[in-house]
Design a protein around this ligand. Structure first.
Ligand code: EPU
Length: 338
């Protein structure tokens, strides 16, 4: 365990927002987390758990003890007739882990290529893209309780995964440090190609039976074409969740805006494309202060250079108001606002 004071968090959040952690502790193992719990001062202080910083908006300095999770390692745990179980330390980079699984001949995570962040942050928001969500490939995770110092293994039911949501955003926020995550990659491997943009790739290339690596390459190309690379333009991916409404609400909106992009859900509800609504309100490419709306995908807010968290939130509120004014829908931020 390493304890540091007065640490700038700017390099540790993909939005590139300035904030200072009064105390930052780097943990590389469950034992390190237990040392924090048993520490005479740190033990009782409120905590904030930092993964890859790809899903947070920092609006102020952090008086809490910031725990930066740096647990590393990846391995094939077991192979059986129904699939493979692979494990990675929470501090591993998500995309590198996905590429590693493919290089090992362990397919199943290819649709989730190039998502920024760490393995440990992935279950927190139940990352998802191009037809696959983390919960579809989840086996279990190990976490250390910050009150008792005990290590636990949690299966999916206890994680309460939802759309970009889990218990780690609710009762376990600041309470449980994820140290390792295991994935179940089912056999035989089946490609997931139902997402419109992947269907387009199949049609364009004529490759009807792509390999897992081919799908990863397509996903990488699709993401690069419309999502900003955080190494170049600060951002936290989608800034708002796609709102879920009743069929009646949806019919009402379609009556007024027949073009609205919407997806019927298995439970009868309807998911609306927030990016489409923000775009329809004329926000794409706009800038307010030093924060802006990305030119190629209106759901992504970006740091135009030197932005502070409150500028991002001012822009976010203005977008929420205009979407509410036109569609009567309240957009909910997707990243954790601190
Ligand atoms: N659209 C517009 N204008 C825009 C943006 C989108 O008209 O400016 C339309 C698109 O043409 C499309 C629809 O809205 O018809 C949906 O857009 P897209 O396919 O880009 O997906 P999304 O719903 O905006 C979600 C996830 C992304 C994920 C993609 C692909 C959420 C909040 N976002 O975006 O996840 O990569 O689907 O699966 O669910 C993230 O969570 O950070 C993220 C990037």
């Amino acid at each position: 365990m390493r304890i540091e004071s007065g640490v700038s968090l700017k390099p540790y959040n993909t939005f590139g927002l300035p904030a200072v952690a009064h105390t930052l502790v780097r943990v590389e193992s469950d034992a390190d987390v237990r040392q924090v719990v048993d520490h005479p001062q740190l033990g009782r202080a409120p905590k904030f758990i930092l993964g890859g910083g790809s899903n947070i908006v920092l609006t102020r300095d952090m008086p809490q003890v910031v725990i930066k999770v740096e647990v590393m390692g990846r391995r094939l745990v077991e192979e059986h007739a129904r699939g493979w179980i692979v494990e990675a330390g929470a501090g591993e980079n998500w995309h590198e882990f996905v590429m590693w699984t493919l290089a090992q001949g362990l397919p199943g995570l290819e649709n989730l290529a190039l998502i920024p962040g760490t393995v440990g942050a992935a279950p927190v928001q139940n990352i998802g893209a191009y037809g696959v969500e983390l919960q579809d490939r989840f086996d279990s995770l190990d976490a250390v309780d910050l009150v008792t110092g005990r290590s636990h293994t949690l299966r999916a039911a206890l994680c309460a995964f939802g759309y970009r949501d889990s218990e780690f955003k609710h009762s376990l926020a600041g309470r449980s440090v994820i140290t390792r995550v295991r994935f179940f990659l089912p056999k035989p491997w089946q490609p997931v190609l139902g997402y419109l943009e992947l269907e387009r790739k199949v049609a364009e290339t004529g490759i009807t039976q792509p390999s897992p690596q081919q799908i990863a390459d397509w996903v990488i190309a699709i993401r690069r074409a419309k999502l900003p690379d955080p190494a170049q333009i600060g951002n936290a991916g989608s800034f708002f969740k796609n709102p879920v409404v009743t069929p009646e609400q949806c019919r009402d909106i379609i009556g007024r805006d027949p073009e609205i992009v919407h997806y019927p859900m298995p439970d009868g509800s309807v998911k609306l494309a927030a990016g489409w609504m923000i775009d329809a309100c004329g926000w794409k490419g706009k800038t307010v202060g030093k924060a802006g709306v990305y030119e190629k995908q209106a759901l992504v807010l970006v740091n135009r250079g030197g932005a502070i968290g409150s500028e991002v939130m001012t822009l976010a509120r203005a977008i929420q108001e205009s979407v509410y004014g036109r569609f009567g829908i309240r957009l909910e931020p997707e990243p954790v606002v601190v």
